[in-house]
Write a protein that binds this ligand. Sequence first.
Ligand SMILES: [Zn+2]
Ligand SMILES: [Zn+2]
Length: 346
Amino acid sequence: MKAVVYESFAAPPQLTTVPDPTPESSGVVIKVMATGVCRSDWHGWVGHDPDIRLPHVPGHEFSGVVEAVGKQVTKWRVGDRVTVPFVAGCGHCPECHSGNHQVCDHQFQPGFTHWGSFAEYVSIHQADINLVSLPETLDFTTAASLGCRFATSFRAVVDQGKTFAGQWLAVHGCGGVGLSAIMIANAIGANVIAIDISEDKLDLARSLGAVATVNAAKVANVVEAVLEITQGGAHVSLDALGNPVTCFNSVSNLRKRGKHVQVGLMLGEHSTPAIPMSKVIAHELEILGSHGMQAHRYDAMFAMMKSGKLAPEKLIGRTIDLEQSIDVLMNMDKFEVAGVTVVTEF
Ligand SMILES: [Zn+2]
Ligand SMILES: [Zn+2]
């Protein structure tokens, strides 16, 4: 099969031919129909992820068709249209038994712990618990855009932040994660404030339902701007970028007993950011993480898509072919493109 492979970190990947994968006894092989290019792929490529073994194939947000099925798989057949959360569970550890596959003790992450979806085929373990059946009306490109950023944002806003109608929700960073969160929070009736340094992204944020925006490059103090708009602070605030500054601002702009949810990855030199811990104590703030979303929670997201409350296809930027993914991947840290870039030709 054709695949994008890198032999060493931060060196240009190559489009090359590698052996086709075969399914494990409890796994499947999926023919990839669409795969998103994500900042996490960039983090992996530069060497921020200790799980990656070289040579490596990136790619973790994808959709496709089941091509081959292992002997022990009971729920899936060749031809099924599917996607997979970017963190998949083992099915046997205490976290999986409690339904929290997103923090599985032996997690399987295509594109990180194993070869990913920048290829014609991808092999997935424990298919019975990790595959998600796609609604017939959902196209592959939109489905691919759900697996990482949209699902993680859904979990951040709904399951972790427990955001409800009428609350103020601040979103720091309006890339794929932030824009997803804005759409989801708006759909459940929260008042969303979008924060970014790009007017283009703030325009997009407003079109997706943000009721107020803060241009962090133009205001003197982001935290004070949010406190002012919300008359006392956000109930829930997300660092959707993953940066010490946005993390600090997100915790600092909360009202008493507010919740900060860290969604953007904090890796490499950013892995231990400063947190205003005295404020966390005095105001009884909560600090939470959001790490993907379990396969069994996708139905809630699909129901909101079917009823028209969520339209993740609005977040898709451009579609490209597999060879172009190399250039996009290497430049992912430059924040140039608005919306999610998806590979649709292999
Ligand atoms: Zn597990
Ligand atoms: Zn991703």
